[in-house]
Design a protein around this ligand. Structure first.
Ligand code: SOE
Length: 386
């Protein structure tokens, strides 16, 4: 049985999701190569030490430079805030380590391209963390679209709605600062939708968008806090430098039309990541809040029973599901990361590039950038222009 030693940078939200995936993997996917949880890295020694013990890492370091050059490490897993991705990835590639990086790949398209070039020049494997591809119901949508069972694709309609910053006293956390996050809803949520569109429908040719920052100043946070941070209206304020919401329309190379909405200002929507595909022979609908289900409609159904039917994607015939529980026993958000790591381990063991990889990360970043340009210049922008 092959094994690969992992060194991971970052131990908060995504660090926990990735750690859980490494830890659970072999219990459910015993044929897959084993990820050895060697080293975890974080700047705050107490925090990273606690995380190492809690998550099951063999050791910890406080300087990522030590981790990326460590002789025992095969894979560097980067889930630090976005502004740190590039520097860590370049150094890790130079040291010959395989790369697994959270989305969005980088702050800018130029940086993302540099990361891809560095990985290719070093001859290492590279993967980007678009975890929603790995929900079995999304894989089923892909199978239906690819096999022609939906016919010619006319529409891809997607929306990712959250509400964690609706309160204007929510503090100015790193995700609301352009120099650290790159963008707001666009790169954080829209990036997932763009990747799903690429995965399910194909390449886009041109886009036009609009965006808004509804709350322009927020209280400064006391530390690098996350999604459940609390602010005070009396604290000193700073400017929000990212978009609160970004919407755009797109044309696909195969003739389909796309519409995309990413916002953190949709009260009541905690994490509504949804899409619909409409084709000449049928439609599918997915909603992450019901991630085990795919709504499916076929025009070929008898007229008197036509309608969307709910397919529970939990049978052994559905991607990854034979490894989990008996049919009908559902899985959750964290399992999408386990499946992601299955792909990473299989790819390394088979000496091939995992999917999605930095090429997909760059393609996503091209669309993000084209949308930004279209907003700035108030016009349609071709993806080939960026
Ligand atoms: C916060 O908006 C967040 O955790 C994103 O960063 C993730 O990528 C998304 O999957 C869920 O929401």
């Amino acid at each position: 049985m092959k094994s690969f030693n992992v060194g991971m940078v970052g131990y908060k939200f995504m660090g926990k999701a990735h750690s859980h995936a490494y830890k659970d993997l072999h219990m459910f996917f015993p044929q897959t190569a084993v990820p050895k949880m060697k080293l975890i890295c974080g700047r705050d020694e107490n925090g990273v030490k606690t995380a190492a013990e809690q998550f099951g890492w063999e050791g910890y370091v406080t300087d990522w430079r030590e981790l990326v050059t460590h002789p025992d490490i095969d894979i560097v897993d980067i889930n630090a805030p976005s502004d740190a991705h590039k520097e860590i990835a370049l150094a890790a590639a130079k040291a010959g380590k395989h790369l697994f990086c959270e989305k969005p790949l980088a702050l800018t398209l130029a940086d993302a391209r540099e990361m891809l070039e560095a990985a290719e020049a070093a001859g290492v494997k590279h993967m980007v963390g678009f975890n929603y591809r790995f929900a079995p119901a999304v894989q089923l949508a892909k199978k239906l679209a690819l096999s022609g069972r939906l016919g010619q694709i006319y529409h891809f309609r997607a929306w990712f709605l959250q509400d964690w910053i609706v309160d204007p006293t929510f503090p100015l956390v790193w995700r609301l600062q352009k120099e650290i996050a790159g963008s707001g809803s666009h790169g954080d949520l829209g990036a997932h939708l763009i990747d799903l569109a690429h995965f399910l429908v194909g390449d886009m040719t041109e886009v036009i968008g609009m965006s808004e920052t509804f709350v322009k100043e927020r209280p400064l946070p006391s530390s690098m806090t996350g999604l459940s941070a609390k602010g005070s209206k009396d604290a000193p304020h700073g400017p929000v430098t990212v978009d609160d919401a970004t919407l755009f329309m797109a044309r696909f190379a195969n003739g389909a039309l796309g519409s995309f909405e990413a916002t953190r200002f949709a009260p009541g929507h905690r994490c509504t990541n949804s899409f619909e595909i409409n084709g000449s022979k049928g439609s599918v609908k997915f909603d992450f809040e019901r991630l085990n289900e795919l709504q499916v409609y076929f025009t070929s159904d008898d007229e008197d029973v036509q309608g969307f039917r709910r397919v529970l994607a939990t049978d052994a015939s559905h991607a990854y599901m034979d490894a989990w529980w008996p049919a009908g026993h559902t899985i959750g958000y964290e399992h999408t990361f386990v499946h992601e790591v299955v792909e990473l381990m299989n790819a390394l063991a088979e000496d091939r590039q995992p999917l999605p990889n930095f090429v997909d990360g760059v393609k996503c970043q091209e669309v993000l950038e084209a949308v930004d340009q279209s907003i700035e210049q108030r016009r349609w922008v071709k993806i080939s222009e960026v």
